[in-house]
Design a protein around this ligand. Structure first.
Ligand code: HEC
Length: 106
């Protein structure tokens, strides 16, 4: 019993919690950087380009949160952003944290 409690404590400490300090670590754990980068255009738009493109547009955050969860296609080029499956699933709270972070980039 004591041992089980110790394990839970360790897992809690290691698991990124939505709303917690480090959205970049969350993005790393969700493999966002296998296609995106902060500044460079790669196979996917950079996070700074997304911030410039969507910043200030009403409700852009809600739309993007859904695309982060479900994937998207045809807004930037020919390559789709896959839904979870090929990449780790993203909860609603995690999508909210990631998009708020992306849109805050200048
Ligand atoms: C397998 C490659 C890949 C991964 C992994 C990936 N993306 Fe994308 N993402 C793309 C591509 C490609 C696009 C452009 C899709 C399009 O043209 O509509 C995109 C678009 C986006 C957009 C803009 C959506 C739009 O409609 O303009 C956001 C925001 C985004 N990604 C965030 C993320 C986040 C956050 C993660 C990690 C949870 C992630 N992406 C993981 C490839 C990826």
């Amino acid at each position: 019993m004591k041992r089980a409690i110790g394990t839970i404590a360790v897992l809690t400490a290691l698991t990124p919690i939505a709303g917690a300090a480090d959205p970049q670590a969350l993005a790393e754990s969700k493999q966002c950087f296998s296609c995106h980068s902060l500044e460079m255009e790669r196979r996917a738009p950079s996070f700074k380009l997304l911030a410039r493109n969507y910043g200030g547009i009403p409700n852009a955050d809600r739309v993007l949160e859904r695309r982060v969860q479900l994937g998207g296609y045809g807004h930037w080029g020919v390559e789709p952003m896959p839904a979870a499956g090929p990449r780790p699933a993203v909860s609603e709270a995690e999508a909210r944290e990631l998009v708020a972070w992306i849109l805050s980039m200048k």
